[in-house]
Design a protein around this ligand. Structure first.
Ligand code: HEC
Length: 449
């Protein structure tokens, strides 16, 4: 049960960059490298050097591309091709290509750096640009400067540990008190998917840095230094989920691919471009036989977990599909669209037997789950969490109402005490008891808040 929204890549942009300004001369490694890595690296690196130009290392960035114009002339911004292409009026020639011009303050920074002699202040001019980035910054940040949007969460089997997305880290909390238990640092910048592996001690983590890298990790929750990277993508890994039987791990990405790994060793068993656009939602059936995916390509699909073979494609949404969940009987799937419609469909291979549920008016359905066979649960862009009566096709009860979009949710416990944990874009976690709609707890899931 996971989900998130279309603008997931924008969420945390420059989250920690505010306040990074340094007095004195412009620093290449602290100020220029992050900027170029963010805006330019996508098209100018070893694997993909548009215009024959690379800037994946300082040394590369000084070498002319196909134009044979000198990219950087120390002390002379106006004679530097790199600078000229940032300020050129003709949009078709301007860099970054096919995007808005850089903000004026960034252009000014690059200009100043060139004027000051285009100096390199790193240890090794051949080192990759990304190795200069302040990867470790957040790990030592005791307190976040402001609450971070929660984009992923998971609870472990006994319900005693809640993990949420942090900045370059996963945060763990005690759901009974809302107190932080620990931090798992050294992970992707943005954490977009979290799932505990049944039986422990492994936690699956998906995330990345938009346009640059995506990663899927297995981290030993009991001993976080023990970890393995299962996959590296060109763009973010958008979600990950482990099967209930503890045998499989499935990840979906901004590369439109679904990957399946055998657990516990994490060996990839299949990797298929199942969709024509990003995989925004992912679920595994309770019987661990099938994977359901929701994609920005406006379809949802169900595939066999053993080999990725498509069992059904659901075309009922005419908008991007953001979320998906399996019913407890594993035979029915619900998928949520960006137009606020949730659709229930039966797994008979045709994808035809469906019904529409309108849980949340016109607000996108960002996360889905099931309380029982006839009672799906939806979370929306308006902050509303609702229980749906799928037979009557109407809202049964409105649970938590958040102040911003609900990016993810998970169920905690069972029976009378069953609760739903919801993760909001404003950084808040809420735990709401289902039976009487009682708010059991709420807290901001950011260190120091
Ligand atoms: C979406 C892809 C893309 C992005 C992002 C991008 N570029 Fe380019 N760049 C190109 C292409 C394509 C060319 C080849 C010339 C053209 O088509 O205009 C090019 C050419 C260049 C050249 C000239 C190379 C030569 O000698 O011919 C420089 C310098 C350059 N880019 C710098 C940058 C900088 C700096 C950024 C970031 C601010 C950036 N580019 C972002 C695609 C991109």
């Amino acid at each position: 049960m996971i989900r998130r929204s279309l603008d997931v890549r924008l969420i945390i942009a420059s989250f920690f960059l505010a306040g990074a300004a340094v007095a004195g001369p412009v620093s290449f490694s602290k100020q220029i490298a992050p900027l170029l890595a963010d805006q330019c690296l996508e098209c100018h690196r070893a694997e993909k050097a548009k215009g024959g130009y690379r800037l994946d290392a300082f040394e590369q960035l000084l070498k002319a591309g196909d134009s044979e114009e000198v990219p950087v002339v120390p002390g002379k911004a106006e004679a530097s091709e790199l600078y000229e292409l940032l300020v050129i009026h003709d949009e078709t020639d301007r860099m970054p290509k096919k995007a808005d011009a850089l903000p004026e303050k960034d252009i000014a920074l690059i200009r100043q750096w060139i004027q000051e002699g285009a100096k390199y202040d790193g240890a090794n001019a051949q080192a990759s640009l990304t190795s200069l980035l302040p990867q470790k910054m957040a790990q030592t940040l005791e307190k976040y400067p402001r609450p971070i949007p929660v984009t992923a969460l998971a609870v472990n089997g006994d319900g005693k540990v809640l993990v949420t997305s942090g900045f370059h880290e996963v945060l763990s909390w005690d759901p009974a008190t809302g107190k932080m238990r620990g931090r798992l640092p050294g992970l992707p910048e943005r954490i977009l998917g979290l799932s505990f592996v049944q039986g422990g001690p492994w936690l699956a983590v998906a995330g990345g840095s938009p346009g640059r890298i995506g990663e899927v990790w297995l981290v030993n929750f009991a001993k976080p230094s023990e970890r393995k990277r299962l996959a590296q993508l060109r763009d973010c890994a958008l979600g990950v989920v482990a099967s209930a039987d503890g045998k499989y791990l499935v990840a979906g990405g901004a590369d439109n691919r679904v990957r399946c790994f055998a657990l516990p060793e994490g060996k990839e068993i299949w990797n298929i471009e199942s969709h024509a656009d990003w995989i925004l939602g992912l679920a595994i059936s309770p019987d661990s036989q099938h994977v359901a995916t929701a994609s920005r390509d406006r379809t949802a699909k169900v595939m066999k977990i053993t080999n990725g073979e498509i069992q059904g494609t659901f075309n009922g949404h005419s908008v991007p599909v953001l979320s998906v969940a399996f019913a407890p009987n594993s035979q029915e799937v619900i998928s949520g669209g960006s137009d606020g419609e949730a659709r229930r469909w039966v797994l008979d291979g045709t994808g035809k037997k469906d019904s529409t549920l309108r849980p949340s008016g016109r607000s996108e359905v960002l996360a889905l789950g099931y309380v029982n066979q006839d009672t799906p649960l939806t979370a929306s862009g308006s902050g509303q969490v609702s229980l749906i009566d799928s037979k009557a096709r109407k809202t049964k009860a409105r649970l938590a109402m958040h102040g911003d979009r609900v990016n993810a949710m998970v169920l905690l416990g069972a029976g009378a005490e069953q609760a739903v944990i919801t993760a909001c874009h404003d950084g808040e976690i809420r735990i709401t008891r289902m039976q009487d709609n009682q708010e059991l707890r709420k807290f901001i899931a950011s260190p120091g808040w």
